[in-house]
Write a protein that binds this ligand. Structure first.
Ligand code: 5AD
Ligand code: SF4
Length: 350
């Protein structure tokens, strides 16, 4: 691509105007290695302008590996007989929060499958207990699709943020990835509800999921533009044993890094994590993501006996820099590329 061409595309994605599909398409398909590198360089400069050299950390607590859903890609899908199941109780979750607080974390992320035993009421009680004990910490939930009433209850109990990836913006592709019981429009409803209830909302998609085309990714980017989420989580698809997609090939690391850079340029202040899926697929995944414009890492603080059971995909990394015990490793890895851990809450600011 000529230099002028490249600059012209970049101008369009940083402009406040809607980005034409063709621009995204060209950026996703026509950049050579050198241009991808220039894009990453620009993306990390933008991240540094807003966040300095700090990378926010969130303590990740995986509260249940039970799920009523049957997403075709996920190792925790209800029909996967290979999945090992556990759920944490209220006291165990509070214990994780205490441990996280002692390590210096200021955000707790409660993530889990859609476990019918962890009802809205039950979870609201847990959130209220965390809120009472830790008035200043941020509480993030990532527990799937719920009713408007459920989201309202959890917000009133003290939850500040909610992660719910849209997974794919294309209806047909959505139906290919999910069982018939899951509805594309209900997921959209959830995201709209969460926004209007005042949650800081995280969305996102897998990169390279089975059946995904470049056009789908363009639709994803255009949906994110409409949704304007405060957080955007993306990671490569990784096959999971016992699922219909067990034999599919994983998503591309380079494409994931390219998408991180494009998202950073389009959403300069967004909180973009270096995801575990990326760190699972390649060495130095966290560092590479930060150098591409990511600014969040979510170390795992789930009790060790349960951690390996939360297997949404194969060989999921949960040690070293992906673990709360490995904060020193993470800190060293970040220092090696000129960054450092930022322990503050890391809210979204306009
Ligand atoms: N590979 C990568 N990511 C996955 N997720 C679920 N299964 C997989 C997989 N096999 C992602 C989904 C979900 C998030 C919790 O994990 O995007 O929203
Ligand atoms: Fe359940 Fe989430 Fe896995 Fe779907 S992706 S099966 S909702 S844990």
């Amino acid at each position: 691509m000529g230099e002028n061409d490249f600059e012209n595309l970049l101008r369009q994605i940083v402009s406040p105007d809607r980005v034409p599909a063709e621009v995204w398409h060209r950026l996703l398909t026509q950049l050579d290695d050198g241009e991808r590198e220039s894009l990453a360089l620009l993306a990390r400069k933008v991240a540094q302008r807003h966040f300095g050299k700090g990378v926010y950390v969130r303590a990740l607590i995986e509260i249940s590996s039970y799920c009523r859903n049957n997403c075709r890609y996920c190792g925790l899908r209800c029909s996967n007989s290979l999945a090992q199941r556990y759920r944490l109780g209220k006291e165990q979750i509070l214990e994780c929060c205490r441990e996280a607080a002692a390590l210096g974390f200021n955000t707790f992320v409660l993530q889990g499958g859609e476990d019918p035993q962890q009802s809205d009421e039950w979870l609201a009680d847990v959130v209220a207990a965390i809120r009472a004990e830790f008035p200043d910490k941020a509480i993030t939930l990532s527990v799937g699709e719920r009713s408007t009433g459920g989201y309202t209850m959890l917000r009133s109990a003290g939850a500040d943020r909610y992660l719910l990836r849209h997974e794919t913006a294309n209806e047909e592709h959505y139906s290919f990835l999910h069982p018939q019981t899951m509805d594309f429009y209900n997921r959209r409803r959830c995201l709209v509800d969460l926004k209007s209830l005042g949650y800081q909302v995280g969305s996102g998609m897998m990169i390279g999921s089975p059946g995904q085309t470049v056009e789908h990714l363009v639709e994803d980017l255009m949906l994110l533009d409409r949704l304007q989420p405060q957080m955007i989580g993306i990671g490569p698809f990784i096959p999971a044993a016992g699922t219909p997609f067990a034999g599919e090939k994983p998503g591309s690391v380079d494409d994931t890094l390219l998408l991180i850079s494009l998202l950073r340029l389009r959403f300069p202040r967004a909180l973009i994590p270096a995801t575990t899926a990326l760190a699972t697929l390649c060495d130095n995944g966290t560092q590479r993501a930060v150098l591409a414009g990511a600014n969040v890492v979510m170390p795992n603080i789930t009790p060790l006996a349960c951690r390996s059971k939360y297997a949404i995909y194969d060989n999921k990394k949960s040690d070293g820099s992906e673990s709360a015990e490995g904060l020193r490793t993470l800190s060293e890895q970040l220092e090696n590329i000129g960054y450092l851990i930022d322990f503050s809450r890391g809210d979204y600011h306009l």
